[in-house]
Design a protein around this ligand. Structure first.
Ligand code: DUC
Ligand code: ZN
Ligand code: ZN
Length: 461
């Protein structure tokens, strides 16, 4: 039996067209005008609705041990929030436990991800680059984990040096993987953190004051030069500042292979939030930090013009009670991160498409198609095409709502976007042809998410 979606407007990264769509099992079987209902066909009426490909969030941290605690959303709550918010696939960072083999981390992530209700892949996070780790890289790539992240920040914990970066980039490139980087200068940050701590400065605002945009600008510039030196592309995660963006633009105008991602928080929220009284500013402590308001329109401009290719979330949730509060005595102990995997798609629609900053097709590109292409999942994911997975969002552009911790599906006691209005919401979401959300209600199956063994990453450039 197949299912017919009738009367909707199909939007892809390249086209907008009024057409019907037939799903057969897990796949899209037919797209066309006035498709006939076959015997036994189920029919979904989609008049006045957009049909988008399911969102692809390539930056999550579920159940991550980090800064002395564990991020609050696990693969179950995180993926339920994702799918309710129109995101049907995500890539989580599988972090090597320092000194241990990469394969051990992969095993641990396969265990945790059994609870996922959306489809998922992993990026490999390298925290300790040794000859033994280098030797494991080809086998990790063969398992469909084709992208590798490392850090230029978090000195003494995750940060690696330029020599190690060169080594990693060369070996990843040789085997068809894509290098990804957290680009902030960890030594600049470490100097400022130590200085503020020595001066007895405790409140949350010292987090952003110790992570200046210059630290991002310098690291973005340096990684671009290291990418040139190794002749490899580089994917910069969570670009946060207009200063960093200028470096990306400059490099792109010279034809260098740099790919930038940003997140909704760097488009919509600003650093004045750190000054909220009663330690509330801790809610927005993340790295990189929020920037002053004058960065936001510049980031939207970079996104709409294609200098920024993808919008992911860096979802890494910590409850205010008991987790963010670990830093009451010092900003340096506040666990870094916010919840947002369930908000990305809707925020980008309302504040991107709704405010005239993104066209409909550009919206689909940045939330679904470009990430799927870059990370070796296209056209199975991120597209509406015959033969692709039937991961679809039936979207009501007239529905109104508001982001709130009272209604969100994140396992987190606050929302970084509390009170922000939404115009346009997913009405139903299908994962491989099955309803996960129907008429706004989660109806997914336990453990329905499937590991995506990805093809080569970095190939859309
Ligand atoms: N930044 C965060 O805010 N959280 C997780 C890791 C990171 O780089
Ligand atoms: Zn990071
Ligand atoms: Zn991250």
């Amino acid at each position: 039996m197949s299912t017919l979606i009738k009367g909707g407007t199909i939007v892809t990264a390249g086209d907008i067209c009024a057409a019907d769509l037939r799903m057969d099992g897990e796949k899209i079987a037919e797209i066309g005008k006035d498709l006939p209902q076959k015997d036994g066909d189920a029919v979904i009426q989609a008049k006045g609705r957009y049909i988008f490909p399911g969102g692809v969030d390539v930056h999550t941290h579920f159940e991550l041990p980090f800064m002395g605690t564990i991020s609050a959303d696990d693969f179950k709550t995180g993926s339920i929030a994702a799918i309710c918010g129109g995101t049907t696939s995500f890539i989580d960072f599988c972090f090597q436990d320092k000194t241990k083999p990469l394969a051990e981390a992969v095993k641990a992530w396969h265990e945790k991800s059994k609870k996922a209700v959306a489809d998922f892949g992993y990026h490999m996070g390298i925290t300790d680059y040794t000859p033994a780790v280098a030797a494991e890289i080809p086998s990790i790539i063969k398992q469909g984990i084709t992208s590798f992240k490392f850090f230029m920040a978090y000195k003494g914990v995750l940060q690696i040096d330029d020599g190690q970066i060169i080594g990693i980039m060369e070996i990843i490139g040789k085997h068809g993987g894509l290098a990804m980087v957290h680009a902030e200068n960890g030594d600049m940050i470490d100097t400022l953190v130590k200085r503020f701590v020595a001066e007895g400065k405790q409140p949350p605002e010292y987090h952003w004051l110790s992570h200046p945009a210059l630290a991002e600008e310098e690291a973005v510039h340096r990684i671009i030069e290291l990418a040139r030196f190794t002749d490899q592309p580089i994917y910069i995660v969570h670009l946060s500042s207009a200063d960093g963006l200028e470096k990306v633009k400059e490099a792109m105008s010279r034809g260098y292979k740099v790919i930038a991602e940003t997140c909704p928080q760097y488009l919509l929220l600003s650093s004045d939030l750190y000054y909220k009284p009663n330690f509330e500013g801790a809610k927005w402590v993340m790295s990189p930090p929020l920037r002053p308001a004058d960065h936001l329109e510049k980031m939207w401009d970079g996104l709409s013009k294609g200098f920024i290719k993808t919008v992911a979330t860096d979802h890494c949730s910590f409850n205010f009670k008991g987790q963010k509060e670990m830093g009451r005595e010092s900003f340096a102990k506040i666990p870094n991160g916010i919840a947002s995997v369930g908000d990305r798609f809707n925020l980008l629609y309302t504040y991107g498409v709704g405010k005239g900053r993104l066209s409909l097709t550009r919206f689909v590109d940045v939330v679904a198609t470009a990430p799927a292409k870059l990370f070796g999942m296209y056209p199975q994911k991120g597209s509406i095409a015959v033969g692709a997975d039937a991961d679809l969002v039936i979207f009501d552009p007239e529905a109104g709502g508001e982001v709130s911790a009272k209604t969100h599906h994140h396992n987190c006691d606050y929302s970084a976007y509390e009170g922000m209005k939404l115009k346009g919401l997913p009405e139903s979401v299908l994962l491989r042809g099955k309803f996960a959300v129907r008429d706004g209600k989660y109806v997914g199956e336990q453990g329905a998410g499937r590991f995506i063994a990805r093809g080569p990453s970095g190939k859309m450039m």
